[in-house]
Each structure stands twice: as C-alpha cells, then as structure tokens.
Ligand binder design. Structure first.
Ligand SMILES: N[C@@H](CCC(=O)N[C@@H](CS)C(=O)NCC(=O)O)C(=O)O
Length: 206
C-alpha cells in the first residue's frame, strides 16, 4: 500500500500513525499536494491528501474512509474507534471537534500565509480562530488517556495539537490547556508518533 501525502498534514499523519499502531506496512509518497498538484489530481480528483493506493489500483480517499477500512481489517478487538454505543458516539464527537479545529486553523493559515497581503480578510481569520478555540476548549474538558495505546479520538486530537503548534504557535501555547499538554506529551513519545513527527512547516506553494 502507498500512503500519499506529507506528515505536515494532520489528516495524513493520523492515518500514518493508525497504520503503524495497527501493524500495517506502507510505502510513503511524499509528493506535495501544492507543488505536485497535477500529479495529485491523478491520484485523487479532488487534489487532496491523504490517499491510500492499493496494489490492484484501487484508491481510498479521505482520512475518515481510510481509517474506517483500517479498523474493519483490524477487527472489533483491535479497532481504534469503538464499534458501537455511547463510546462510539463520544469518540466521533471528539474526532469531529479535532478535525473541525484543524479545518479552521488551516483555513486561517491559508488566508494568512498564502493569500496576497492586500487581499487578506482579518475578520475572517479571527472568525476561524474563534471557531478553532471553541473546539479546543471543548476538547480540553475531556479526560484524556496518558498511558497505553491511544484510540482514534486521542490520535486525531494529538495530531491537531501538533499541527496547531507547528503552524501557528500562538494559537495553542503549552500551559493553556494542561489536559491537552498531557495528551500531547504521552502520544508524541510513542514510536508511531515519533516516526511521523514534523519540525518544519513550509508555506504551501504551487
Ligand atoms: N476531509 C479530508 C480533509 C483532507 C485535507 O484537508 N487535506 C488537506 C491537507 S491537510 C489538503 O489536501 N489540502 C489541499 C486542498 O484542499 O487543496 C480528510 O479527512 O482526508
């Protein structure tokens, strides 16, 4: 299997970490979704990452669909998302908050970093950051695991925290939410997180 997309995307990273935690081997296609846009559109017509490409040519797109397939293969005993009931609903709620937070801080980043200065819209950036902070404050109320294998809600939230701190350090500084700091410290020390960690964020080009 080939995982397409760089680890500075938290959507790619949560898939890569999940594959490693569940024991799936993959090759990594690190072409840029911005710099290699035309090539990326041949893999996924949306021109987005992540994609998971199988040897027979089938391509899974969207991190949620890829994670769903991984859990199906792993079986109910090892799946990263609870199979049913209140535990599943709670995990899906936390995942929606974490992926929504990524969407919002990502939109603010693109506006701030990519758009020509004279066309930037400060009110829109602030609106996105209000939405980001709302999701983060809700996530911070959760009692997160600080030991053992993280589930998908914890993986996705830890990837969101790392992405926010990489791309806009002022948006989620250490110390503001101790529960999220503890989750990040636990997760980022695990081999699957260390193997996919990113220290540099380049402004997307293309
Ligand atoms: N819902 C999608 C979101 C993926 C996503 O937003 N990927 C970003 C990188 S973090 C991307 O491809 N951005 C380029 C674009 O949308 O043009 C998923 O979960 O896979």
């Amino acid at each position: 299997m080939i995982l397409v997309g760089q680890y500075d995307s938290p959507f790619v990273r949560r898939v890569a970490i999940s594959m490693r935690l569940l024991g799936f081997a993959y090759q990594h296609d690190t072409r840029s979704v911005f710099g290699d846009f035309d090539a990326m559109r041949k893999v996924n017509p949306l021109g987005r990452i992540p994609s998971l490409v199988f040897a027979d040519g089938e391509v899974l797109i969207d991190s949620a669909a890829i994670l769903d397939w991984l859990d199906e293969q792993a079986g109910p005993g090892r799946a990263l998302l609870p199979r049913a009931g209140a535990a599943r609903r709670q995990a899906l709620r936390l995942i929606a908050l974490a992926t929504g937070a990524v969407d919002k801080i990502g939109a603010a980043n693109y506006e701030r970093l990519i758009r020509p200065p004279e066309r930037r819209w400060p009110e829109w950036i602030e609106r996105c950051l209000v939405q980001f902070r709302g999701a983060v404050e809700e996530l911070a109320k959760t009692s997160w695991p600080t030991g053992g294998r993280p589930d998908q809600a914890a993986i996705t939230t830890a990837c969101m925290i790392a992405y926010a701190r990489l791309t806009d350090p002022a948006a989620l500084p250490p110390g503001r939410h101790p529960s999220l700091d503890a989750l990040a410290a636990h997760c980022e020390a695990l081999p699957a997180f260390l193997a996919t960690s990113v220290t540099d964020y380049a402004v997307p080009r293309g």
